[in-house]
Design a protein around this ligand. Sequence first.
Ligand SMILES: *[C@@H]1O[C@H](CO)[C@@H](O)[C@H](O)[C@H]1NC(C)=O
Length: 373
Amino acid sequence: MATAAAGVLALPAFAEGDMSLAEAPCENCADELTVVSWGGAYQNSQIKAYSEPYAEATGVTFVWDESSAEAVAKLRAMSEAGNVTWDVVDVVASDAIRLCDEGLAIEIDGATELAPAPDGTSADDDFGVLRVNDCFVPQIVYSTTFGYRTDVAEWNGAVPDDICDIFDLETFPGKRSLQRRPIDNMEWATYCNGTPKDEIYDVLSTDEGIAAALAKLDTIKDQVVWWTAGAETPQLLADGEVVMGSTFNGRLFSAIAEQDQPIAMMWDMQSFDLDGWIIPEGLDEARLNRAKHFLKFATDTQRLADQAKYISYGPARASSAPLVGTHAELGIDMAPHMPTDPANAANVHNYDYTWWADNRDDIDAKFQAWLVQ
Ligand SMILES: *[C@@H]1O[C@H](CO)[C@@H](O)[C@H](O)[C@H]1NC(C)=O
């Protein structure tokens, strides 16, 4: 339990970053921005680190929409209707690849439209491989991993520390919450069927492999509560509705370190992924100018480091890492709560977003059909 810092209410010890990007002139720019994200603690960290300072400097009004989970479908529909109402959209890397490939997101020029690092390193070099394409401007590295209740009497002192424990109803009885999508669940099921980590995607590229993964998930299906919003598992755990469940590591950090719930992290086979921004294709000039102006500010070195003071996700810029310090309110050192901390990353599932971009529609259909069986 990471509660050692309870009661430590040090004020943030970090200086206000240089605000010049927010204060830079923005000609022919809309004065309202509709930003799409995931709600909860994550969106709150973006509000604190990005939109509040930007609004203060510019007077721009922000409208937040919590539809990121359905971003691809909704942007397809908006594009078809010729009525794109979103300006900046937070998506995972695989969705950014689909949106970019389908022409639903615009390309962002790293050299002119993003801020260089303080030492002059270009944004593209600073993001490195995390900038998976020209449309996607990464923000954070996060993981999908499991939390469990620390007070389950039926477990007789056993502690789930292996991903395959989620399939072990005998040692770890009780409901578990899983995300209502195939990503990660299919990989964990395949791994727990005995497939070595580096062969998981080869196996899942076959019909037999998909069937075997779904059969493994079948063994716990009647004990699963399916979630779609990141805040659900922490709430279900806090309420005792489930005994273990997957969600984004930052959500579990909030429940454990900020709310002091009887929950602990599993970390085994945590799945790394990237989250970042895209700007939709189809905005008028004033909205596009405003979206680009905000994006440049919100993805600079200081802003990405600031976000890590509100949530335990690793900033996607190399130059931000040395600026990550302590939690803005709790004053605790954030490094041990990062998914990338060596102690937490002993056995990581290397989520393959390119494979998923190619296979998502097909496996989604099979997964949804299995869900309603
Ligand atoms: C565009 O979509 C929004 C939100 O759905 C709607 O309120 C608005 O009326 C639409 N505008 C047009 C021109 O269809």
